[in-house]
Ligand binder design. Structure first.
Ligand code: 13P
Ligand code: SF4
Length: 321
C-alpha cells in the first residue's frame, strides 16, 4: 500500500504543476485571475489580484485583459460582468453560489419593497443582479457604514439581504433601517459558547469578527471589520494572538503578512469541522480553474438590459466610496 507521505508528495507535485500550467495559460490567453480571500490557498497564490469584495469589484472595473477569471462566488463574477461587460468573465464552478444571495428571491423582495414605497434600498453586494436592479445603492462590508451615513438621517432605508450586517449598521449609525431577513450560513455558524471558552484558553488573544456574524458574537469582539479591515487590523495591532470569526481562508493571508503572530479560527457549532468554511467558495479548485481557462468555460452570461440596470447602484457605490 502507498504510504501517506508518498500520496502527499504526489498531491503537492500535482498542485505545483497545475499552478505552473495556470500561470502559463493565463499569459497565452491574456487573462487575469481575481480571487477572494476565502478561496483555497493554492488559488490565492496564482491570483493576480487577491482581495475582499470591494477591492475585487474595483479591480474588475480597471482590468483591460480579454478574460477575467473570477475565483469567488457567482454574485462576484456577475458583478465583474456588470462593471466590465465587454470582457469574457469565467467562474471555475458555476454552482459556486451564496446562501446570503439565495436568501433574497427577487419576487419576494419586490413585494417587500411595495410595502415600503418611500424607502431607499441599500443592498449588500452579496446579492443577485436582479436584487441590484431593484436597489438604489449597493455597498460592501468595507464601505457600508460610510454609504449609510451619506444618506440623510430622516430617510427611510431598506437594507438587504443580510440582517446581521444590517443590525450591526443600525447600531453603528444609530438608525432603524428596515432589514431583510437574510443571512450567511458561514458567519452564522459560530458557536458563542465555544468562542467564550476559547477566549478563556487564550487570555492574551484578541477576538475579531466579520459583521456578517450574529450580534452576541459581535458584542464580545475586540474589533469588528470587513475581511480587509480585519487583515489591516492584525498588521497594525500589537497583540500576538487572534481568534478570528470569519471564513477560514483569510488566515492564509494573515499568516503571510504576520508570520510571527498566531491566528486561531473561531469554532463553529457543528462538531464535524473546527472552523467555518464557505462550501460555495471551496467549490472552486485549481483543477477547475485550469480547465475553465483552457476551455474558456463556464462563462457568466447576462442579459444586456439587466447589466445596464444593475450597474446604476454599483456606480453610485463607487462614487460614494
Ligand atoms: P467582504 O469581502 O466584503 O469582507 O465580504 C465577505 C463575504 O462574505 C464575501 O462573500
Ligand atoms: Fe455567501 Fe457567506 Fe459564502 Fe460569503 S461566506 S459567499 S456571504 S455564503
Amino acid at each position: 500500500m502507498e504510504s501517506k507521505e508518498s500520496i502527499l508528495e504526489k498531491e503537492i507535485k500535482k498542485k505545483v504543476e497545475l499552478s505552473t500550467a495556470i500561470r502559463k495559460l493565463k499569459k497565452e490567453k491574456n487573462a487575469v485571475i481575481l480571487a477572494h480571500y476565502y478561496q483555497d490557498k493554492g488559488i490565492q497564490e496564482v491570483a493576480d489580484c487577491l482581495g475582499d469584495s470591494l477591492y475585487l469589484a474595483k479591480q474588475a472595473a480597471k482590468v483591460d485583459n480579454d478574460i477575467i477569471v473570477f475565483a469567488g462566488v457567482h454574485f462576484m463574477a456577475e458583478t465583474a460582468k456588470i462593471i466590465n461587460p465587454s470582457k469574457k468573465v469565467l467562474l471555475p464552478d458555476l454552482k459556486a453560489g451564496c446562501s446570503l444571495a439565495d436568501s433574497c428571491p427577487p419576487k419576494d423582495f419586490t413585494a417587500f419593497k411595495i410595502k415600503h414605497p418611500n424607502a431607499l434600498v441599500v443592498s449588500y453586494i452579496n446579492c443577485s443582479a436582479e436584487i441590484k436592479k431593484l436597489s438604489d445603492i449597493v455597498c460592501t462590508s468595507s464601505n457600508a457604514k460610510k454609504i449609510i451615513q451619506s444618506i440623510p438621517k430622516d430617510k427611510e432605508i431598506i437594507f438587504a439581504p443580510d440582517k446581521n450586517l444590517g443590525a450591526y449598521l443600525n447600531k453603528e449609525t444609530d438608525r432603524n433601517m428596515i432589514l431583510w431577513e437574510g443571512s450567511c450560513i458561514v458567519h452564522e455558524a459560530f458557536s458563542f459558547e465555544k468562542i467564550i471558552s476559547l477566549i478563556k484558553s487564550y487570555p492574551n488573544a484578541k477576538f475579531i469578527a466579520h459583521p456578517e456574524s450574529e450580534s452576541p458574537v459581535l458584542d464580545i469582539a475586540h474589533y469588528i471589520g470587513s475581511t480587509s479591515a480585519l487583515l489591516n487590523f492584525v498588521q497594525k495591532d500589537k497583540a500576538k494572538e487572534y481568534i478570528v470569526a470569519t471564513e477560514v481562508g483569510i488566515l492564509h493571508e494573515m499568516q503571510k503578512r504576520c508570520p510571527e503572530k498566531t491566528f486561531i479560527p473561531a469554532p463553529v457549532e457543528d462538531d464535524t469541522c473546527a472552523c467555518s468554511e464557505c462550501a460555495y467558495m471551496k467549490l472552486n479548485t485549481l483543477e477547475k480553474l485550469y480547465r475553465c481557462l483552457l476551455k474558456e468555460s463556464p462563462e457568466v452570461k447576462m442579459d444586456a438590459k439587466l447589466i445596464e440596470a444593475a450597474r446604476i447602484p454599483i456606480e453610485r457605490m463607487f462614487e460614494l466610496s
